[in-house]
Design a protein around this ligand. Structure first.
Ligand code: GAR
Length: 200
């Protein structure tokens, strides 16, 4: 008896900016490397170039900024409602630069995956690559890295680690060359991790 192939996993990708990691996911879905489909891209920033990448791929691209006067919990609940409407199997935070509260996370327990351009416990928050580069110049570290992890709670770039990879910092590096290498690792590690995690 032949086994029917499972449908591709449904991903909602949350972004705030350039969307190069979103692009890596889109390319991997298109090539068949990732048995998934991006069913929506949601950004909290209207200028995020990732929205344009989604449109170019005929994927719903939704801008959902937080109004200043709206409470964080109410915004997160509305974001969850919006994302849930696309019936995601997984929520992928690919350069999403807002902390998510239980009002969002409670809707997708164990199903939210975050990418961060540093190793577990190092440089949480924004500008992680620049802060690692400065730490290297002060002689404090010799490498930085990338991690992909689950987001169980409001911890900043913390949670059960799904994958990590060190990225050496070279004496001849500028911030730009280091950032370029970190991003290349991110693109590969994020897609590789999703491949393992979404396996039916
Ligand atoms: C990536 O480096 C990602 O790891 C980082 O934002 C960048 C988005 O790049 N996320 C964080 O710093 C989360 N704390 P992209 O928009 O080109 O994918």
């Amino acid at each position: 008896m032949s086994k029917r192939a499972s449908p591709p996993a449904r991903l909602v990708v949350l972004i705030s900016g350039h969307g190069s990691n979103l692009q890596a996911i889109l390319d991997a879905c298109a090539s068949g490397e990732l048995p998934a489909q991006v069913v929506a891209v949601i950004s909290n920033k209207s200028q995020a170039y990732g929205l344009e990448r989604a449109r170019q791929g005929d994927i719903p691209a939704v801008c959902h900024p937080k109004p200043k006067e709206q409470a964080r919990g109410a915004y997160d609940a509305s974001l969850a409602e919006l994302a849930a409407g696309y019936r995601p199997d997984w929520i992928v935070l690919a350069g999403w630069m807002r902390l998510l509260s239980p009002a969002f996370l409670g809707r997708f327990p164990g199903r939210v995956i975050n990418l961060h351009p540093a190793l577990p416990g190092a440089f949480p928050g924004t500008d992680a690559i620049a802060r690692a580069f400065e730490a290297y110049r002060r002689g404090e570290i010799e490498h930085t890295g990338v991690m992909v992890h689950l987001v169980p709670d409001e911890g900043v770039d913390s949670g059960p680690v799904l994958a990590q990879e060190a990225v050496p910092i070279l004496a001849e590096d500028s911030l730009d060359t280091l950032a370029e290498r970190v991003h290349a690792v991110e693109h590969r590690l994020l897609v590789g991790t999703l491949k393992v995690v979404i396996k039916p």
